[in-house]
Design a protein around this ligand. Structure first.
Ligand SMILES: Cc1cc2nc3c(=O)[nH]c(=O)nc-3n(C[C@H](O)[C@H](O)[C@H](O)COP(=O)(O)O)c2cc1C
Length: 243
């Protein structure tokens, strides 16, 4: 499966629609902030180079439907799936999207590393607070009625990522999206990807620094079942990677 990875403030319907013609099977919309705490963190997160979807949590359901409709109108024959990358500070906050039948996958964001997000108990904070991670996994896998993915970041200081994988393995999770980043290195950490893949049967989406077909194949050779790209999509053409 070929995946467009989340980019907050960028991955809306207009931006994503063109990739339905470029071999993408799973479009990730967002990330979105689902409650007041993460909404405020989103505001703090904004810089000249960093955007957010500034959507009031009350309107997020309609906004996502609008994004999905734009994509479906643009390419009604596309057979792919819609995932939404979600940040929330408490398990119950995910329920705001349970009624969205147009969403196929909830991707729990255990990945964002901005201090404001960590302070709001979302993103990478879930790799440190495994009790909260488990409460969220329990809530979403039990009550969302969707496929569930978890997006994690490798090589976070003080985090034993294999312990996190062990926890995730005990829930009904369909996708483990691994940003195999290694600080200071402009290439994915294929060793950690391999280790994670050997410790789970969950479908792994490999992510980080994929810009060529060769990078894509290296991800697959190192344990990924699917591959995702984010920054490579910013120029609007990823067909050389996925087609
Ligand atoms: C502008 C921008 C915004 C991003 N926003 C999110 C986000 O909201 N949630 C998330 O899980 N990842 C987010 N990411 C991370 C990407 O999804 C991806 O994991 C990361 O950029 C590494 O992949 P790449 O090398 O293909 O870009 C963002 C990345 C960029 C560049």
């Amino acid at each position: 499966m070929n995946v467009l990875s989340a980019m907050a403030g960028i991955n809306d319907g207009e931006f994503c629609k063109k990739f339905t013609n470029q071999g993408v099977d799973l479009i990730t919309l967002g990330g979105f902030n689902l409650d007041l705490e993460t909404f405020k963190a989103g505001l703090e997160n904004m810089t000249k180079d960093r955007k957010e979807f500034i959507t009031c949590p009350h309107h997020i359901s309609e906004d996502i439907t609008e994004f999905i409709d734009v994509i479906k109108e643009y390419n009604s024959s596309w057979k792919g799936k819609f995932s939404v990358n979600l940040r929330a500070s408490s398990p119950k906050s995910f329920s705001v999207l349970y009624g969205n039948d147009d969403i196929d996958v909830f991707e729990i964001n255990a990945h964002c590393r901005q201090p404001s997000m960590i302070k709001a108990n979302t993103g990478q904070a879930l790799l440190q607070d495994t009790t909260l991670l488990q409460e969220i996994l329990e809530e979403v896998t039990t009550n969302s009625g969707k496929e569930v993915g978890v997006k994690i970041r490798a090589n976070v200081e003080g985090v034993d990522i294999l312990k996190i994988v062990e926890i995730i393995n005990t829930y009904n999770i369909q996708y483990l999206h691994v940003d195999a980043m290694k600080p200071g290195i402009m290439e994915a950490d294929y060793d950690i990807l391999n280790k994670i893949a050997s410790n789970t049967d969950i479908h792994i989406i490999g992510n980080n620094c994929v810009t060529t077909r060769e990078d894509y194949e290296k991800m697959i050779e190192n344990g990924a079942s699917s591959v995702s790209v984010a920054r490579a999509a910013l120029n609007g053409d990823i067909s050389h990677i996925f087609l």
